[in-house]
Design a protein around this ligand. Structure first.
Ligand code: FAD
Length: 433
């Protein structure tokens, strides 16, 4: 009797979404081949060594929902042996010290994230509590987070805090995230109890996934750019790489809807396809700047996030070496700041970076540190290919049969960053398997 051939899958891109999908499919008996255009694997989720520091190609080495969230659960189900250590505290918020405050430095004082309402007046505290309860029961269908609360509560603190939290976690302003998406994100934050750091950084996860793929017979090519997706009778049937054709039953693209659509050849422009193109016009990537700092002594002293709502540009800072000292050379610390770059400021990147550097000087006044590297993320190497909330209408399927999109260009609803990627991959696997 002839053996039934295994379905053949080609994955475009070796980012987290591509590798999670490839690992799941090889374990399910599919024949999988991954094509990555860069000489390294991992996309925006791996480490790059610089003077002994494990800097990252994108992510701040932070898993938003820590060891219990959707990504951690998916890794566990795949048998990935990576230790994700919970950040404790989840986050502190830095605000200007008031008259009478005792425990402050450089004019600022840090409070726990869960005490975020402390600076509000008694009336506004009550209003925000009532408003939160009502919104959980009747989530608004449209409007931004900032519009949602400023309609009832005019308070500069809430605007700044929303910008700082959304800037850090989504690279968006409070005025740019839909209230519905923001509420799903908040409830997941409390449901899974906050972030964590993988020991070994992002690379530990990517390398463990690469092992699963290759040990199960999958093939990973690096330095191989996919230049076209072959479509026949409305169905994806292969890809072209360096002039050669590779046929398959399923194509999974890790490069977002817009780039994937550009690669598709021979598409028939049906009504459904035109509708899809309209949806693509609404996708907006999010942009940001990261400043990596080295120090001999801890600069923030804990493994959570320091949110900085009163800084000019910087939304927050983490110091991963408080959890994994091996991410820096012995005796050194690695702190990384993140700032969202708004869409209308993309042409003023240098000025945005200068403002970020001024913030660093202010936040760490009197402390000794060195700036290791400044990274800006936009265009084809953004923070998210599709800003949170903008990818809800174009999910993981496409009008081309057997062509699926994974990664941060097609996140699951309410999923911050890599958690959204894991939710999107789970959704894709449901459609395929
Ligand atoms: C500054 C910054 C901070 C961040 N911080 C965090 C954080 O702390 N926590 C968190 O959860 N998330 C964070 N993120 C987001 C996170 O890094 C990304 O969401 C995630 O890494 C994206 O993974 P992906 O699956 O979309 O794949 P990508 O990383 O986009 O990988 C896609 C791969 O496809 C390859 N490729 C592209 N075109 C082709 C082609 N034609 N042929 C072959 N290969 C191709 C690319 O080279 C790339 O390697 C951050 C991002 C940035 C930039």
């Amino acid at each position: 009797m002839n053996a039934v051939p295994k379905p053949r899958v080609i994955v475009i891109g070796s980012g987290l979404g591509g590798f999670l999908s490839a690992a799941k499919l090889v374990q399910s008996g599919y024949e999988v081949e991954v094509f990555e255009r860069l000489p390294i694997i991992g996309g925006r989720f791996t480490n790059t060594k610089y003077r002994g520091f494990s800097l990252s190609t994108g992510a701040l080495h932070m898993i938003p929902h820590g060891p219990a969230g959707p990504l951690a659960q998916m890794l566990k189900s795949l048998g990935v042996d990576v230790n994700i250590v919970r950040s404790d505290p989840m986050a502190l918020i830095r605000l200007p010290a008031k008259k009478g405050d005792t425990d402050y430095t450089n004019g600022y004082k840090d409070i726990l994230f869960r005490d975020f309402s402390k600076p509000l007046s008694a009336t506004n505290k009550l209003k925000i509590t009532v408003l939160t309860i009502v919104t959980k029961i009747f989530p608004p269908k449209k409007g931004s987070l900032e519009e949602w609360f400023t309609r009832y509560i005019k308070d500069e603190w809430l605007v700044k805090l929303a910008d700082s939290f959304c800037g850090w976690s989504l690279s968006l302003k409070g005025a740019d995230i839909y209230t519905k998406e923001a509420f799903m994100i908040f409830s997941n934050l409390y449901r899974y109890s906050g972030p964590g750091i993988p020991i070994g950084g992002c690379k530990a996860i990517i390398d463990a996934l690469a092992d699963i793929i290759t040990l199960n017979g999958g093939i990973i090519h690096t330095g191989e750019d996919v230049s076209g997706i072959l479509v026949k009778d409305g169905r994806a049937v292969g890809v072209t790489v360096n002039g050669s054709k590779y046929t398959c039953d399923i194509v999974i693209s890790n490069i977002g809807h817009i780039e994937t659509n550009r690669l598709c050849m021979n598409i028939k422009t049906s009504g459904e396809y035109l509708q899809y193109l309209e949806q693509l016009k609404k996708i907006k990537p999010s942009a940001g700047v990261k400043i990596c700092l080295a120090a001999d002594e801890p600069l923030i002293g804990h493994g959570g996030v320091l949110l900085t709502p009163y800084a000019k540009r910087i939304n927050g800072i983490n110091e991963v070496t408080n959890i994994d000292p091996n991410l820096a050379p012995p005796g050194k610390h690695l702190a990384v700041s993140h700032q969202c770059v708004q869409w209308n400021k993309l042409n003023e990147l240098e000025h945005e970076i200068d403002l970020g550097l001024q913030d660093i000087e202010d936040i760490f006044a009197g402390k000794k540190y060195e700036i290791l590297l400044i990274q800006s993320h936009s265009g084809e190497w953004p923070v998210n290919r599709s800003a949170s909330g903008f990818d809800v209408n174009v999910k993981n399927a496409t009008p081309v049969k057997n062509l699926f999109i994974v990664g941060d260009g097609a996140k699951g609803e309410g999923g911050i960053e890599v958690e959204g990627i894991a939710l999107g991959v789970a959704n894709t696997m449901k459609m395929i398997l």
